[in-house]
Design a protein around this ligand. Structure first.
Ligand code: TYD
Ligand code: MG
Length: 450
């Protein structure tokens, strides 16, 4: 008889330990490690698994067509539509709008003729119906369920055989053969495992909703990322109307694609031109503001990078970053100091991406450097200029991909000059004046006369 062993698992990332610790070495979270009863090993397998030669797989059958919801921002993030039999994880902070998005998605798919079930473990059916009413979706042919017992849910799914099943949320689901509480790493993992299995076996696309948790009392969606085909995160700042659906993993499409939505009184609406939205609040010619021509997935997106530099009265000056990697800021500050002789010691630095957007591309380096210099020297960057390019540790500017797309989007939005690395493959950029620069010293000299 196999002995059920006890182990310790981080509820943020799922890393396993043999003894308790205050901090998870794998993800750095504090107080996230909890005791978990491991599943017993079960009987040893006796029958040998059957394999089939790769060449035997029928090639005549075309892959099943993807289903489109008609919500363009969602379909694109999914990689062109919903793939049958796929498992999709939708993660995000509580209250960000996951249930709203998925109810709207279910209604859209249902109107296209797909059989959709929306199972809520958090709200009663009447509450879901009220939400649907508020969204103007009360007539949509979506099956609703309010249930947390996964065994019952799977039985329902087995008899109803929907094309799409939405499980909201995985942290409320429980299986009777797992001893720990709903929301624990074991329950969340076991429940997700059953759902993914069901998706593969029955051809149903399963969407699993997971709350991102800060405290570690319940397991976060990161624990499940490797089990599913597609991982989408729904992000946004609480004070802002924008919501960004970001693909971080997709077996059936490009990762790092984004979809932009706006939360209004009657639900989420698509934002078809995110660049215009992110730049809409921009004040003309303010020192410290630089427009970055970025690429998110398959689409160019322009964002405003804002910097503020002020004398510090602290021993270690402040470095506050929102929407960008703080490590990247340190690197750029170090390069400016070492290669261009512009020190930021004794100065507080605040860096922000306007509109609640998050920028991860290294191509943003040049716009960040320009915003920092502009703030420090109190010289505004021309308001009709975009910047992009990666900065190397030597201070050289490196060309980045999709130069032409970036320039086209900038031209479309009325920008007329671009600062970019020398040797960029810029092709045709109608109406754009290009200022190519080999290194950061050239940028400092030409734009800030330092
Ligand atoms: P919800 O979808 O319940 O979030 P989650 O499932 O991620 O926890 O969204 C809740 C928030 O969205 C709540 O603060 C109210 C707001 N909201 C609107 O602004 N408009 C709407 O039409 C709806 C349904 C919700
Ligand atoms: Mg919800």
């Amino acid at each position: 008889m196999a002995k059920a062993t006890v182990s310790y698992v981080c509820s943020a990332c799922g890393a396993a330990y043999t003894k308790w610790a205050g901090k998870c070495d794998a993800c750095g979270a504090w107080n996230s490690i909890a005791e978990e009863a491991a599943l017993s090993a079960g009987p040893k397998p006796t029958a040998r698994g059957r394999t089939i030669p790769l060449t035997d797989l029928a090639t005549e059958e075309a892959p099943p067509p993807r289903a489109q919801s008609g919500i363009g921002e969602l379909d694109r993030v999914l990689g062109g539509g919903l793939v049958p039999a796929s498992a999709i994880l939708v993660g995000g902070d509580p209250g960000i709008g996951k249930s709203t998005l998925l109810l709207q998605a279910a209604a859209s798919f249902a109107r296209k003729g797909l059989k959709c079930l929306y199972i809520s473990g958090e709200e009663a059916a009447a509450q879901v119906r009220m939400r649907a009413q508020r969204l103007g979706l009360q007539q949509a042919p979506v099956g609703l369920g309010a249930e947390t017992n996964l065994r019952d849910i799977l039985t329902t799914l087995d008899t109803e055989r929907p094309a799409l099943a939405i499980i909201d949320s995985i942290q409320t689901m429980w299986l009777d053969n797992v001893e720990s509480a709903p929301g624990s790493v074991s329950q969340v993992r076991a429940a997700a495992h059953e759902l993914v299995n069901f998706a593969k076996r029955r051809g149903t696309a399963v969407v699993i909703v997971g709350h991102v948790t800060k405290e570690g009392a319940i397991a976060g969606p990161r624990v499940l990322e490797h089990m599913v085909d597609t991982v989408l995160y729904f992000e946004g700042e609480r004070g802002h109307q924008f919501r960004i659906l970001r693909a971080v993993k997709n077996r059936f499409g490009p990762a790092d694609e984004i979809g932009v939505f706006e939360m209004a009184g009657d639900g989420l609406t698509e934002v078809l031109n995110p660049s215009a939205l992110f730049l809409s609040d921009r004040e003309a010619a303010t020192p410290g503001s630089a427009v970055f021509a970025g690429i998110e997935g398959t689409r160019p997106v322009l964002t405003e990078i804002q910097a503020l530099v002020a004398p510090s009265n602290l021993g270690t000056p402040r470095r506050t970053v929102v929407g960008l990697d703080s490590g990247r800021l340190s690197t750029i500050l170090a390069v400016l100091e070492a290669r261009c002789g512009i020190p930021f010691a004794g100065l507080d630095v605040f860096l922000n991406v306007a509109g609640g957007m998050r920028v991860t591309e290294p191509a943003a380096d040049m716009a960040v450097a320009a915003a920092l210099l502009s703030a420090r020297e109190d010289v505004a960057i021309p308001p009709d200029m975009v910047l992009f390019g990666e900065i190397s540790l030597s201070g050289a500017l490196r060309p980045v991909g999709q130069t032409e797309n970036r320039l086209k989007e900038a031209a479309k939005l009325g920008f007329s000059q671009a600062t970019l690395p020398a040797r960029s493959k810029s092709g045709q950029a109608e109406g754009m004046r290009l200022r190519e620069m080999a290194d950061l010293t050239a940028l400092v000299g030409e734009m800030f006369g330092a």
